[in-house]
Design a protein around this ligand. Structure first.
Ligand SMILES: [Zn+2]
Length: 191
């Protein structure tokens, strides 16, 4: 009864979360990563936080249909060395003012799900360690990105909740293992 109500509330929470709150989703034309951009930055040059490629943010950028290696050779527009700048300018036909304004969508629902599953599966310590460990490392990683303004900050609460669940899952899995070893030793002593 209580579990079912909690489950329903959890699903409602997941449905309520939009991956790109107040942001427009688009895909990096270089690496295909799903990204978000604030609407006032549409039309300006942006830099992919994943692959550092600089491109113009446009509405309706679709994920690449072909893998990068099969797609027609794109011009090497990488920001960094000053030598690549004129080339990029020629290709994009506009002054290059790359902005670190592209934001990765947060992964709060996934991290929270991993953390909760980790707690549930801590009765089977290996599954609990893997799921909890994933929630902890991904959660730590994403909170760092949110703090550096590289990820949608609306996912902060969910991400840190998932990370805490992950830590609890790892602790529970460890305690379960220790208890298992303890009972095994007791059993062997009694033989
Ligand atoms: Zn990219």
């Amino acid at each position: 009864m209580l579990a079912r109500r909690a489950g329903r509330a959890y699903i409602r929470l997941l449905l309520k979360v939009r991956l790109c709150a107040m942001l427009i989703p688009l895909y990096c034309p270089s690496c295909g990563k799903e990204l978000c951009v604030r609407d006032e930055l549409l039309g300006s040059q942006v830099r992919c936080p994943a692959c550092e490629a600089v491109f113009r943010a446009l509405v309706g950028m679709e994920p690449p249909l072909t893998p990068y290696s099969l797609a027609p050779e794109p011009p090497p527009i990488r920001w960094g060395g000053g030598s690549t700048r004129p080339e990029a300018e020629a290709y994009l036909g506009a002054p290059l003012t790359p902005l670190d304004e592209l934001i990765l969508p947060h992964r709060g629902p996934m991290i929270l799900t991993l953390g909760i599953l980790g707690i549930v599966f801590s009765i089977c310590p290996i599954a609990g360690w893997i799921l909890g460990g994933l929630a902890t490392t991904k959660g730590t990683d994403d909170l760092d990105k949110i703090n550096r303004r590289r990820m949608d900050p609306s996912g902060r609460g969910m991400t840190s909740a998932g990370r805490i669940c992950g830590i609890i899952a790892v602790i529970l899995s460890t305690l379960n293992t220790l208890a298992g070893i303890f009972f095994l030793v007791m059993y062997l002593i009694q033989l």
